[in-house]
Ligand binder design. Structure first.
Ligand code: GLC
Ligand code: GLC
Length: 796
């Protein structure tokens, strides 16, 4: 790898070696409910709990230049002003390095014999960012210079902050006390929270009013005060509150100065909001300053953060002869799964944090990626999700993390949604053995008094499919299935309405989904197994098995197109994803789910479908979603055909569903093909970082497909079900470590010559050290769960 950075596996870091990456390459900080996005140049923002309602720093999405706003440190050294992260001044540096690690980022810049290194992290369990700054004189002469800090506050609601200027520009309020600059906009009324930016050293000047600091016509790259070497000592009233400290330094050769900044968020109980009329009660801020306000205390907190991550990642570690596989499994794939647990699809550099909350299907799928790391929190997540379901099994498509309430704007009607609750819950019970969760009473639509056991929620999820079958006995698709953009009932000709929410035609609809059909068979079999395991009434189990059997028959009868599985039937009963179609002849989703369901495997249907997928969808960078791409808008298909060819759901490489094919290949014992598909989309195997464009250490939702102008260009990085699905595929199907209700089933499927690998797996109260010699796929061994430490050698 060359160009922009490399992996340092020993430190579990990705090291960016030049700041002008083709797109901002970011990291996430935070483990509990305070989170930050931080780019390699210190851009980004933080929020508490909810990226929309409790935004702390202002950030301008898609601004010019890109990635504007963050935590900026300016150094004014004589006539030169520079930033350790290069941006925003972009003064050329003598050296630059950014290390994105597990929950922290360290940016180091050097210029004119002065080195400035900033370690950014959020201490576990606390609501603040630490900025630990180290300044060193690396030269032979005395140096006099100034250091400025700078952040810009968001007025809490990230959406109105961008819209409601007639109000916003009058509401800003701050306080200044000691070394701390407080942000208290709207604290006088209903808000019980404030933010602050403090430092453990007396400053020489400060600003809290943006125009005073920058000058009304200057950008972040040329703050008037910094250029002049002064501070305005301004107090913001309305307009745009900011926080900047100034320090005048003198450093001898070899000397070092250390500062600890704390950027925090505090909630006060309503009765203890004020210490005097109109004055914030500051004990919370002072507590945080005291907790972290020396270099030693900050280092201790950083040590705890590293230990936290070592613990989380240590629950699954592999050692194989392929370092790129180990790197993904041991570090980056697991890390990304935790980030998707925390963020769902809310805040990334492609998700503004105001548009989408937690997706019902997304959050359930994400579970498969993090349940082994934080089983207790997975439990709560399942209960929260289930509570947004309706009594008929349908569910809100999204909910807000702050309120945990369903989101009315987008509503319901995505007919795959209910089944994902089965997927998530079963993954959880297999990991934990906690059958008790099935007994927990959970309300519908969060209405008190409507509680039914989680098991009943699973049942209504299952029944929702059987009650909504179309003319071929296949599931009705509703607004859409997993593919949000296959809108077969929408018929939208109005550019001002959303494909996702506009009124659908339901009268006379026959649109059916083969993707839901395959998913139903897979989840239905798992559901039946669960019901057997908990000794549910025979009759019930029989009904489930019978519904699954009928679905299998319907798929074979109406879902096979000759060489692959159909994708759907449209509103009028026409075939979608058939050789009869001129465009969109074949789709990936139904090949994935129907081969995972092993439909017609004995007659070779699965092999044929997998071959067709590779032949028609395959390219160097993975499998595209459909082929040929739609070349014009098709009102009867909806949003899918709104994208230009090769992007997103219109024949982009949707990395999320590539692992479905990997699993399909594994179940067909085609190890080489499975491995090949894995290598094509796994970030550790990316060769051309410039082409890939987005972060080469995490999966992105989509890579431009073979029909796009630039195949191989990635987009929408970080928040994608791709993380969980690849985790699931690589650990359970390729490496073959499958959690089961009563133990681990070891069933590898790796190319010949892969040889021996070692896995350390924490499973409930047990730890397994496995040495696995794998020869041919298809062999397995069951290891019953038993608390304690076990060392086993398996020849498979
Ligand atoms: C996005 C959505 C996911 C959907 C997929 C395909 O990744 O988050 O819910 O399944 O797109 O449309
Ligand atoms: C758009 C995107 C899709 C995403 C959906 C979320 O349709 O193309 O990927 O899932 O928006 O609402």
């Amino acid at each position: 790898m060359d160009n922009y950075g490399y992996f340092d596996d020993g430190a579990r870091e990705f090291v960016i070696t030049r700041p002008d990456t083709p797109w901002p390459w970011i990291n996430y900080l935070g483990t509990d409910d305070f989170f930050s996005l931080i780019s390699g140049t210190a851009g980004g923002y933080c929020f508490c709990r909810d990226a929309r309602f409790r935004r702390i720093l202002r950030y301008r999405y898609n601004g010019v230049p890109m990635d504007a706003g963050g935590r900026y440190f300016y150094i004014k050294d004589g006539g030169t002003v520079w930033n350790p992260g290069w941006k925003p001044c972009r003064t050329p540096l003598d050296s630059y390095e950014c290390r994105h690690g597990m929950g922290y980022t360290r940016i180091t810049g050097e210029k004119g014999d002065l080195r400035c290194s900033v370690l950014f992290f959020v201490p576990p369990g606390e609501r603040c960012e630490i900025h630990r700054v180290t300044l060193s004189n690396t030269g032979k002469n005395q140096k006099r210079f100034q250091l400025y800090s700078f952040v810009e506050w968001c007025l809490w609601n990230a959406q109105t902050d961008l819209e409601n200027f007639q109000r916003n520009l009058s509401t800003g309020e701050v306080e200044i006390e000691g070394n701390i600059l407080y942000h208290k906009t709207e604290y006088r009324e209903r808000r019980n929270h404030y933010a602050f930016y403090g430092v453990n050293r007396k400053f020489d000047g400060f600003d809290t009013d943006r125009d005073t600091f920058l000058g009304p016509y200057n950008g972040f790259d040329a703050p008037e005060q910094v250029l002049a070497g002064t501070s305005g000592n301004s107090t913001a009233h309305g307009w745009s509150p900011v926080a900047s400290h100034r320090f005048d330094f003198e450093l001898g050769p070899g000397e070092t100065e250390e500062l600890v900044f704390v950027l925090g968020y505090v909630e006060n109980p309503p009765e203890r909001k004020f210490s005097a009329p109109g004055v914030i009660c500051k004990t919370g801020a002072l507590r945080l300053m005291d907790l972290f306000g020396t270099a030693g205390k900050a280092d201790d907190a950083f040590g705890r953060l590293r230990a936290y991550w070592a613990g989380i990642l240590g629950r699954f570690q592999v050692r194989s002869g392929e370092p790129r596989l180990d790197r993904m499994v041991n570090i980056w794939n697991q890390y990304q799964c935790m980030v998707t647990f925390n963020m769902s699809r809310s805040a990334s550099y492609f998700e503004s944090g105001i548009g989408r909350g937690m997706g019902f299907r997304d959050s359930n799928q994400d579970l498969a990626g993090f349940v082994h790391q934080i089983p207790e929190r997975a439990r709560q997540r399942i209960l929260d999700i289930a509570a947004t379901q309706f009594p008929d099994g349908s569910c809100y498509h999204q909910y807000q993390p702050l309120t945990r309430r369903g989101n009315h704007d987008i509503g319901s009607g995505f007919n795959d949604d209910p089944l994902w609750l089965l997927f998530g819950t079963i993954a959880y019970i297999r990991e934990t053995g906690d059958f008790g969760i099935l007994e927990v009473p959970v309300p519908f639509d969060n209405r008190p008094g409507t509680e039914k056991s989680l098991l009943e929620h699973l049942q209504v999820s299952f029944d929702h499919v059987t009650r909504n079958l179309g003319p071929h006995g296949l599931p009705l698709i509703g607004r859409a299935d997993w593919n949000d953009c296959l809108n077969l009932n929408c018929f939208s000709d109005n550019p001002d309405e959303s494909f996702q929410t506009t009124e659908n035609r339901t009268e006379g609809s026959r649109a059916e989904s083969l993707m839901i059909a395959g998913l139903f068979v897979v989840e239905g079999k798992d559901f039946a197994e669960l019901l057997e395991r908990i000794k549910a009434p025979e009759e019930r189990i029989g009904e489930v098995r019978e519904a699954v059997r009928k679905m299998e028959t319907a798929i074979r009868e109406y879902g096979w197109d000759g060489e692959w599985f159909l994708r759907a039937y449209d509103f009028n009963g026409g075939k979608v994803g058939s050789r009869e179609n001129a465009e969109g002849k074949i789709f990936i989703e139904s090949q994935g789910w129907c081969t995972m369901a092993r439909i017609g495997a004995e007659e070779g249907l699965c092999d044929k479908a997998l071959d067709a997928a590779e032949r028609l969808l395959g390219c160097e960078y993975g499998l595209v979603l459909n082929n040929p791409a739609f070349s014009s808008y098709r009102i009867e298909y909806g949003e899918i055909s709104s994208y230009p060819e090769g992007y997103k759901e219109n024949a982009g490489i949707f990395c999320h569903n590539n692992p479905w094919i990997i699993i399909g290949e594994v179940l067909a014992s085609r190890a080489d093909d499975a491995w090949d598909h894995y290598c094509r989309i796994s970030p550790a195997f990316i060769r051309d970082q410039r082409l890939h464009k987005v972060e080469p250490y995490v999966y992105c939702q989509m890579v431009a497909g073979k029909d796009a102008p630039k195949p191989g260009e990635g987009k929408n990085s970080w928040l994608t079900g791709t993380a969980a699905w690849n985790w699931h595929a690589v650990t359970e199907y390729l490496l073959g470590i499958k959690p089961r209700y009563d133990g681990l089933l070891i069933e590898p499927c790796l190319p010949e010559g892969f040889g021996t690998y070692r896995v350390h797996r924490v499973f409930r109260d047990a730890e397994y050290d496995l040495t696995i010699h794998s020869s041919a796929p298809g062999k397995s061994r069951f290891i019953p769960y038993e608390p304690g430490k076990h060392s086993l050698e398996l020849f498979l």
